[in-house]
Design a protein around this ligand. Sequence first.
Ligand code: C2E
Ligand code: CA
Ligand code: CA
Ligand code: CA
Length: 277
Amino acid sequence: AKDSGKNNYELYKAEKSGMGMEQLTLENSIRRALHHNEFILYYQPQIDVETGEMIGVEALLRWNHPTLGLVPPGKFIPIAEETGLIVAIGEWVLRTACKQNQAWIDAGYKPIKISVNLSTRQFLKRDLVDNLQQILQETGLEPRLLELEITESMTMDVDFAIEVLGELKKLGIGICIDDFGTGYSNLYYMKLFSIDRLKIDQSFVRDIMTDSIDADIVATIVAMAYNLGIDVIAEGVETEDQLNYLKRLRCREVQGYYYYRPMPADELAPMLGSNGS
Ligand code: C2E
Ligand code: CA
Ligand code: CA
Ligand code: CA
């Protein structure tokens, strides 16, 4: 009980200030969490709106804290980023996601793509590509069944991004630009980077029915993605109206509470179709 109070306090303080002594203790609990296997992945389906089929899942990190319960990533990822712990966590996420996807395939489910969020620090690490190659080999997952979600800000160093993304493409891994439209966007670069998919940020989707500027932005992104031959997925779809608007635009892929919330692996499994038949 004493410990639980302390943990609550750590998280509370870290939230308030985000720095100093409290950050140090939160840093220590994050480090401990990694070694004590307190992180878990939730999976949120991605749907092809024309067929209604699940075409992929996004892996989303949760901290299953012994006393606080499920802690969302927004509460600890910023500190993990600052301290560099995100690199070790990120590697765990990649390995766990690939292992899980291969486990579903081995259990006879129809293969789907798994999308994994990459942090900036991970993207900038020199050994990312070697690491990924190692994880794919170790888990036996086909590279085409893995997609990495990166953000526009990671591609600021254009030459570096072209090099790394080129190597990832050679491996056969898919690349999606997450939160598209919120950062420094240049669709011309998207072509240079040989991106497979754009994910329209949920902030645009949220107000699609009430804000005509957001509605126009979404329409423009979908149209330009089509012209460039890049797939496009909308995230944060919560209502039927939003879905219908996206369908009218011919935005083929969506993710959001309207269909499914993120869920643990064992809840998702029965929704995966069987392979072959
Ligand atoms: P994101 O990559 O933009 O992920 C989408 C977030 O929106 C997720 O929040 C998801 O649960 C939530 N979401 C999905 N559908 C809906 C909807 O219909 N309405 C609303 N309001 N929200 C929806 P979550 O899981 O809390 O993750 C937050 C962020 O934390 C992620 O944003 C991502 O930036 C980061 N994150 C999550 N997992 C990882 C990870 O493994 N590694 C790294 N580096 N970052 C991660
Ligand atoms: Ca994402
Ligand atoms: Ca996003
Ligand atoms: Ca995000």
